[in-house]
Design a protein around this ligand. Structure first.
Ligand code: 16G
Ligand code: MG
Length: 545
């Protein structure tokens, strides 16, 4: 077929380096940008096939999120704006690793396996972050789409969640919003303004937020959005990309991992601050107190604030909808304890990786999911949205129920349900704090985090570690879980688990306990157990103190 001849011709312009093997990881391919040209072309091909198969628009986002500037990566987006399904991740890996001369065979295998009708039209939306490599790499994606005769729309510079939003808007014929960046700002900012409309006495101080844009795409987009906020949120934007390097000593990942404020930002004591990551799908909040101590409010604190707010509104509205919070093993034990015992909210734990949380959250009427690292959102079932909408329109209900229903309706509209979105999460958190008249310090004291420590251990092959129970227990190698159990018993309020990273060649160790010293000591001892029982390489882990 002529189509395949074109693929052959075009693929020669995007050759695969011999011997290079890459995996579709936790959230797509990600490595040094120099190794990615052929991957991008091939993901253009794959997105076209996925579009033909689903008879819907598919998204391809070129970004390496919080990784350093010299890396890049690609994420595929399914029709409703969610991450691509897992069986297609396998197709992605197969296609990416086929040798140049086997590319057509690999492509035809997928077509056959998925019974794809090649005469079906295809539509692919493409977006990119601000990395210098992103321009040519997104062109390679576009080349892949056109080689298979697909149509494409290049959104240029957008955040990852903005592209997820566009795909969802397109495939719901505009029901989710208009598939333009303007449409995105209009939808989310209008909802924010509606939510904060009746919060009396908000001072300019309370409307002020200090933002670290990680020198990335999020900064650019917040600047574009600002006029839509009509001064109801006054953002002082730092690390806006005009000087510093992307994600370098700034951004949500840096702040979360280092537990300190980003550089390039002056913080006044008590001031409310937040950081985005490099593609603006994660956010964390923080402040420093009058003694200069740094306080981080991570994904767990956001999940708690949001779920508490929603639960209260559902009760006031008299709506019997099932709400749950979905976390991973990294969620601080205090947050889980507070949610289950004080808030009486159902908590579920899943494996690390947004797609896992997203799927579990879909099982509830209202599913709030957050990873501790700041990626998260809220999902409302269709039935829940309809009930809220009906109540908001009902003329026969009392004022209290009506008010709660209207707030719930606007809350739904301020949330990007397709994926965790730093901009939308920021607007939601800001609205909740405004409605509750709450300071960041008050929010912080809802519960106190247990001291914790994360470490990495290098081993010869991290696949020797297999886990179960949402990564909370190690099944292999033999003896490791027993060793961890015995170490945990030595400390109070202690918990520890290990898992192979899905993005780096290391084993990750997490420990928490009643004091920082105990958490550090436990993390170290568990690291040693991993090193000894799971084939550690290099020097033995050293104690932290
Ligand atoms: C990716 C995941 C993130 C997860 C992280 C874990 C997405 C969009 N991102 O960044 O959710 O927390 O990997 O990394 O799914 P690790 O496996 O190296 O610990
Ligand atoms: Mg990201």
């Amino acid at each position: 077929m002529a189509q395949f001849q074109e693929v052959l011709k075009q693929s020669a312009l995007h050759p695969k380096p011999a011997g290079l093997v890459l995996q579709y990881g936790t959230s797509g391919f990600r490595t040094n940008a120099k190794q990615l040209d052929h991957i991008m072309f091939r993901m253009g091909l794959l997105a076209t096939l996925r579009s033909k198969k689903t008879k819907a628009t598919i998204g391809v986002m070129v970004t390496a999120s919080h990784n350093p500037e010299e890396d890049n990566g690609v994420k595929l987006i399914d029709p409703m704006g969610e991450m691509v399904t897992q069986d297609w991740e396998e197709h992605a890996t197969q296609l990416a690793n086929a040798d140049q001369e086997d590319l057509l065979t690999a492509l035809k295998n997928i077509i056959e396996k998925e019974a794809i009708n090649m005469s079906q039209e295809a539509n692919v939306f493409v977006g990119k972050d601000t990395r210098s490599s992103s321009a040519s790499l997104s062109q390679a994606v576009l080349d892949g789409v056109s080689a298979l005769g697909g149509h494409s729309k290049d959104y240029g510079l957008v955040t990852t969640p903005q592209l997820h939003y566009m795909v969802c808007c397109q495939n719901t014929q505009g029901k989710y919003g208009e598939a333009t960046v303007e449409g995105y700002y209009t939808k989310f900012c209008q909802a924010f303004i509606q939510l904060t409309k009746n919060t009396s006495n908000r001072t300019d101080d309370q409307k002020h937020l200090c933002l670290d844009g990680a020198n990335g795409i999020g900064a650019l987009k917040v600047r574009e959005m600002e006029s839509h906020l009509k001064k109801e949120l006054q953002i002082s934007l730092n690390n806006d990309g005009s000087k510093g390097r992307l994600n370098h000593q700034c951004g949500a990942d840096y702040v979360k991992v280092q537990q300190k404020p980003p550089t390039g930002i002056k913080i006044n004591p008590g001031e409310r601050c937040c950081s985005f990551d490099g593609d603006a799908d994660r956010i964390v909040y923080y402040y420093t107190d009058s003694e200069g101590t740094f306080h981080l409010l991570d994904g767990d604190k956001m999940a708690t604030l949001i779920s508490t707010f929603l639960k209260e509104l559902l009760t006031q509205a008299g709506l019997d909808l099932k709400i749950a919070v979905v976390q991973t093993a990294y969620a601080n034990g205090s947050s889980t304890h507070y949610l289950e015992n004080t808030m009486k909210v159902l908590v579920r734990c899943t494996k690390t990786g947004v797609k896992h949380l997203h799927h579990v959250a879909q099982e509830f009427d209202v599913g709030v999911y957050f990873e501790a690292n700041g990626h998260g959102t809220v999902l409302f079932s269709k039935a829940a949205e309809e009930k809220i909408q009906q109540l908001a329109e009902d003329t026969n209900v009392n004022d209290k129920r009506k008010k709660a229903a209207l707030l719930l309706r606007n809350t739904i509209n301020v949330i990007n349900q397709t994926v965790g979105d730093a901009i939308s999460d920021m607007l939601l958190i800001e609205a909740i704090l405004a409605i509750k008249g709450m300071t960041i310090q008050q929010w912080d004291t809802i519960y106190t985090d247990l001291p914790n420590r994360q470490l990495k251990v290098k081993v010869a092959d991290r696949r020797v570690i297999d886990t179960t129970d949402a990564e909370r227990r190690a099944v292999t190698p033999a003896g490791l879980q027993e060793a961890i159990d015995n170490l945990v018993k030595k400390y109070r309020q202690a918990r520890s688990f290990v898992r192979p990273s899905g993005t780096e060649d290391v084993v990750r160790v997490y420990a928490e306990a009643d004091t920082q010293e105990s958490a550090d000591a436990l993390a170290h001892e568990v690291s040693l157990a991993v090193y000894r029982l799971a084939g550690g390489v290099g020097d033995e882990p050293k104690p932290l103190h």
